[in-house]
Design a protein around this ligand. Structure first.
Ligand SMILES: C[S@@+](CC[C@H](N)C(=O)[O-])C[C@H]1O[C@@H](n2cnc3c(N)ncnc32)[C@H](O)[C@@H]1O
Length: 323
């Protein structure tokens, strides 16, 4: 696969905003073969042909490419034909689930030999949840885990509010060899749990069940009723972008109290939050203190060390919680 267009490829496959893509890596003019190479690295990539990104994203990408080539005499026919709907390959571009919700795929290229394909909802809020797509805080948490592999190695891990499943899937991805113990992805929303299971199936072909993450429905209010006996003791809790609605704070703290009452000092929680409203985050931090938790801020992974295409200007706060 094209080295020359590697960054654009990584960005295209995970639907990184078209106006922020590494277009400066494209040295103009592009001859016919180079245009073909660029298309093969992006829309023609086998992952995209099998599980396409959303149609509106593809169109925005192709329009930007045509704009880039506007001063050239030769613009490859494939650019026009793909833009005019000639794609016709693969399945599920903008496809519905039968519920009227529209879904498409994103591919997160993490390192050579390690990538995650996720089916995600095309809207930020759908079916009564915000969890059917991947949020910035999940990417930041995934980056943090990849930089601190010792934090997850040998640990039995539960993810709360796991949404589409990126972090939990990454923890068990064979190509990354993170050597985690049992990984349980949970969410209170049933559509999220269905989507996580679908995404687990997409990423773990021919993998023995015990080597795969599991996904179960878990509402923070009902943590005590969950059949924990059939799961290993939890060493690490993870959660990304779950601090935005203060009506859920009591439930989340109740869930944390439940875990820490069982595991005490053996348990650590890593919580990644996008800083949208400082007051909301501050309120949660105050409640953590009142519940007897010690909070340690963790350094975010810098843009140059990041394994993901993400917006490093968006403030994401990662904290470690212990009691
Ligand atoms: C903004 S999404 C974040 C999803 C994912 N962690 C990410 O960062 O991409 C918040 C998630 O928390 C879940 N959630 C919210 N309140 C919950 C509760 N009381 N119990 C369990 N899950 C809850 C939602 O269903 C949703 O999937």
């Amino acid at each position: 696969m094209s080295e020359k267009y590697g960054k654009l490829q990584q960005q295209f496959l995970c639907c990184y905003p078209v106006n922020k893509m590494a277009w400066s890596s494209v040295k103009l003019p592009l001859n016919w073969d180079e245009q073909q190479e660029l298309l093969a690295a992006t829309c023609g990539h086998p992952m995209n042909r099998r599980h396409p990104v959303r149609r509106s994203y593809l169109e925005a990408f192709l329009k930007q490419l045509m704009h880039l080539l506007k001063d050239q005499e030769d613009v490859h026919d494939d650019i026009y034909s793909r833009l005019c709907g000639g794609l016709g390959e693969g399945k599920g571009s903008g496809s519905g689930s039968g519920s009227g919700t529209s879904y498409a795929y994103k591919h997160y290229l993490i390192s050579p030999g390690a990538h995650i394909t996720l089916r995600e909802c095309n809207s930020f809020v759908s079916e009564g949840t915000t969890g059917l797509c991947t949020w910035e805080a999940a990417l930041a948490l995934a980056d943090y885990v990849l930089q601190h592999r010792d934090l997850v190695s040998g640990k039995n891990i539960v993810e709360l509010g796991a949404g589409a499943g990126l972090v939990g899937i990454l923890l068990k991805l064979p190509g990354l060899e993170l050597k985690t113990g049992q990984v349980l992805l949970t969410d209170g929303s049933e559509p999220c749990v269905q989507l996580m299971r679908e995404n687990i199936a997409l990423n773990f072909h021919n993998t023995p069940v015990e080597e795969m993450p599991q996904a179960e429905q878990l509402d923070w209010d009902a943590v005590a009723e969950f059949p924990w006996k059939s799961h290993a003791d939890t060493d690490l809790l993870l959660a990304a972008d779950v601090i935005y609605d203060d009506s859920q704070f009591d439930a989340l703290l109740g869930a944390l109290d439940y875990f820490y009452t069982r595991r005490g000092g053996q348990l650590e929680t890593l919580l990644a939050s996008t800083v949208r409203n400082v007051d909301t985050l501050h309120k949660f931090m105050t409640l953590l203190g009142l519940h007897g938790y010690k909070v340690t801020p963790c350094a975010n992974v810098s843009a140059c060390a990041s394994h993901f295409c993400r917006d490093h200007t968006a403030a994401v706060q990662i904290i470690s919680i212990r009691r």
